[in-house]
Design a protein around this ligand. Structure first.
Ligand code: TUI
Length: 318
């Protein structure tokens, strides 16, 4: 059994979070992950508050287990989304793309656990002081909006800088990744890309197949010149975007090119003009399978890996 403070903090069986992905982690996927013993997280992205309330209720109707909501701090509906979280007594929130500090006291008042995503040590330190419950240290191997530091250097530096539990994210999809994260001092992992290919995930099947066909070098980063770097699978959209960036189009114009592209990929299924946000580990995702298989596979192989390592490195010891 792999037990960490994360399990006790939020009452989950396995230290596995499903990343809250806009247009991807809807109630169906989230409920399946939570029912299987992990933490399912609704991706609220830039969705209006009513949409979020409907997804929260969907999850509550399917499972009594803890679940979460990811709040994208650049959302135009941020205040309304936070209001729904308070009213629905959501057990856990994760945040991305900013500093959630000012919302922490109210959330703590209603008992919501707050677990922000950080991409730097400085923000990790600041948020620990504000009183957040844990942190997700997300490396730039992740899909979507990313920071600048890789998971391997980021996680141990965040772990050493704070006392609260740290969850590792970015480039993790199996038991080996979980064991590596634990070795770096993390107490859990968050995975997005592998859960996109879960049977219960509602994105179009041909998008899942595109991820499965992806190789190690399939992702690119758009928006580096505008200060909003986003990792996604290379396609017509990313090549056009790169051309405009090379040609020196003003940042505000370039950012506009990205509007609506996530929905285009994950709802309309447009593989060439949509932004298929996915992590560098896409090349290792091999099949569409039920959430319960994914979680069992990770936990069983993590335990096997720990045994293999301890047997191997105790050989020859007297
Ligand atoms: O948030 C994410 N990943 C995302 S959000 C998203 S929605 C979107 N849509 C269109 C354009 C851009 C985004 C898609 N993927 N991951 C968590 C994350 N947070 N990664 C990096 C950060 C981060 C970056 C800077 C967190 C805090 C931060 O600094 C804020 C500060 O004040 O220091």
């Amino acid at each position: 059994m792999i037990k960490t403070r994360i399990g006790d903090l939020i009452g989950i069986e396995y230290p596995i979070f499903q990343g809250g992905m806009a247009w991807v982690s809807t109630g169906e996927l989230v409920a399946a992950v939570s029912e299987s013993g992990g933490l399912g997280i609704i991706g609220s992205g830039q969705a209006p508050a009513d949409w979020l309330r409907q997804e929260v209720r969907k999850v509550k109707a399917i499972t009594k287990k803890p679940y979460g909501v990811n709040v994208m701090l650049m959302s135009p509906f941020l205040d309304e989304v936070m209001q729904v979280i308070l009213e629905e007594r959501v057990p856990v929130i994760t945040t991305g793309a900013g500093n959630p500090g000012k919302y922490v006291p109210k959330l703590k008042e209603v008992g919501t656990k707050v677990i922000p995503v950080v991409a730097s040590v400085a923000l990790a330190r600041r948020l620990e002081k504000v009183g957040v419950d844990a942190l997700i240290a997300e490396g730039m191997e992740s899909g979507g909006h990313i920071g600048e530091i890789g998971t391997f250097p980021l996680v141990p530096q965040v772990v050493d800088a704070v006392k609260i539990p740290v969850v590792a994210a970015g480039g993790i999809m199996d038991g080996r990744g979980l064991v590596a994260a634990l070795a770096l001092g993390a107490e859990g992992v968050q995975m997005g890309t592998r859960f996109m290919c879960a049977e219960e995930c509602t994105i179009p099947t041909h998008i899942k197949e595109r991820i499965i066909k992806a190789k190690d070098r399939a992702t690119v980063i758009t928006g580096q010149s505008t200060g909003h770097p986003v990792r996604c699978l290379d396609n017509r959209f990313t090549r056009e975007f790169a051309r405009y960036e090379r040609e020196g189009m003003p940042a505000a114009e370039i950012d506009k090119l990205g509007v609506g592209r996530l929905r285009l990929a994950f709802v309309d299924g447009d593989m060439e003009n949509g932004s298929i946000m996915a992590g560098q580990i896409a090349g290792a995702v091999k099949r569409i399978e039920p959430v319960a298989h994914i979680i069992q596979d990770i936990m069983q192989s993590a335990e096997r890996e720990i045994e293999r390592l301890s047997a191997r490195f105790s050989e020859g010891r007297t």
